[in-house]
Design a protein around this ligand. Structure first.
Ligand code: NZQ
Ligand code: ZN
Length: 387
């Protein structure tokens, strides 16, 4: 039976080539001190930093910064930003970058005025947010995570070797996000295709679960087809606005969590990847792709009808003369062929894992899963297949 749900998404999206023109009006809603949060310099190379600073100055804002936010942001970085917020009485955290920057900004938002250790309270114990938070807004430069319109904040604790995802409530979502597909033109292909697999994985995590007839599954199939179509065009021509635009909006839709409403969801692939990331610091989407193929081959018999549907509705697999199992496997083969065509790295060795790491990754992975509940031994088998 379809599950009950409550859906509330407060993020205002300004989308398109001229989306930045909305920044000035948005800033009028906040106090004088803005903290710019950004990564290791890509926003300076594409000229976005200068544009944003000039708008902030035009609006008479004081600017403070937290910079050098790394891919797979750490709790140390969250604490650094939280101190800057407190010291300067920041009114808005404006995150300019990819998912890591936006996730870190949300972490800083909840940690700044948290009187306990925020890591323990929010990422380990999943306690409700009951302290003052600082509003977050974003200007997105990488399509993939969906962080621009959700409450997700994935933070790595290097000391504990744990990468934990927390979905914060709507008051921590970006209040507004500016999405200009042109900002993604400068992405190295490696990051671009990593983001493409990430958005696909968000959809598949919602899709591979449940037996009911649910609208969300039909929407997922459509968005997946759009991503597959646009990815091929954008890889060929990175400055093709139409495909970049489709990919950017697909990514936002994919992890919203609109796509999983009214049904159970899987998320086991993400749980395994998070621990691979904690050990290797690999690009998130690459780690997901490496795990997805052996994982889906491991569980497909437990959700056979859905895997058959995936093969036919997403990949157009020819069913003539094939058993259900053959059709399901042909769908996973089609996913693998697409992954390889995109140049996505699916070998854990290439992503920085060593054989010695695999048991520790398996042991520390959170077990979720829908069609089949894995054991740590199952996860180890999947990791070995990806190695
Ligand atoms: O640091 P800079 O210089 O900005 O460079 C970044 C970084 O090296 C670069 N980049 C970003 N935009 C660029 C660009 N380079 C050139 N031109 C541009 N326009 O790309 C590199 C990767 O950036 P990052 O933000 O790490 O990538 P992504 O957006 O894939 O974010 C990954 C993080 O998000 C988490 C992941 O686990 C990972 O930590 N996730 C967040 C989710 C959420 N909030 O809901 C859900 C996801 O499942 C995911 O777990
Ligand atoms: Zn993801």
């Amino acid at each position: 039976m379809n599950l009950d749900f409550t859906y509330h998404n407060p993020t205002i999206i300004h989308f398109g080539k001229d989306a930045l023109n909305n920044l000035k009006a948005e800033l009028a809603n906040y106090g004088d001190t803005i903290m710019l949060a950004y990564g290791k310099g890509s926003i300076k190379k594409i000229g976005l930093y200068d544009q944003v600073v000039s708008i902030l100055k035009e609006c008479g804002k004081n600017i403070v910064e937290v910079t050098g936010i790394m891919a797979n942001p750490t709790y140390e970085k969250v604490k650094e930003g939280a101190k800057i917020v407190r010291d300067n009485n920041v009114d808005l955290i404006l995150a300019v970058g990819g998912g890591s920057v936006i996730d870190c900004a949300k972490g800083i938002s909840v940690a700044a005025y948290c009187e306990e250790d925020a890591w323990t309270k929010y990422w380990l114990q999943f306690k409700p947010v009951d302290n003052k938070i600082v509003p977050v807004a974003s200007i997105l430069t990488l399509a993939g995570t969906g962080s621009e319109m959700n409450g997700g904040s994935v933070i790595t604790n290097d000391d504990m070797k744990l990468k934990m995802g927390r979905v914060f409530p709507p008051n921590v979502y970006p209040t507004f996000s500016i999405l200009n597909p042109e900002y993604t033109y400068s992405l190295p292909k490696y990051q671009m295709v990593s983001g493409i697999f990430d958005m696909m994985s968000h959809l598949m995590e919602a899709y591979f679960s449940g037996e009911d007839d649910v609208t969300s599954d039909y929407v997922v199939e459509g968005v997946l087809r759009s991503i597959i179509h646009s990815a091929k065009i954008a890889i060929e021509n990175p400055e093709d606005y139409e495909s970049r635009s489709n990919l950017m909006w697909s990514a936002t839709l994919a992890m919203n969590p609109l796509m999983g409403l009214s049904k159970p969801q899987d998320w086991q692939v993400h749980m395994i990847e998070h621990q691979i990331g904690a050990y290797t610091d690999c690009a998130h989407g690459m780690g997901l792709a490496a795990v997805s193929l052996p994982y889906y081959r491991f569980i497909y018999k437990n959700g056979l009808d859905k895997f058959v549907r995936f093969a036919t509705q997403v990949w157009g697999v020819d069913t003539e003369g094939k058993t259900k199992e053959e059709i399901a496997l042909a769908g996973i083969d089609a996913l693998e062929a697409f992954v390889k065509e995109c140049g996505i790295v699916i070998n854990l060795k290439e992503l920085g894992a060593t054989e010695e790491m695999l048991p520790a990754i398996a042991e520390s992975t959170v077990i979720l899963g829908a069609y089949k509940k894995l054991t740590s031994d199952d996860i180890l088998e999947i990791l070995k297949a990806a190695f």
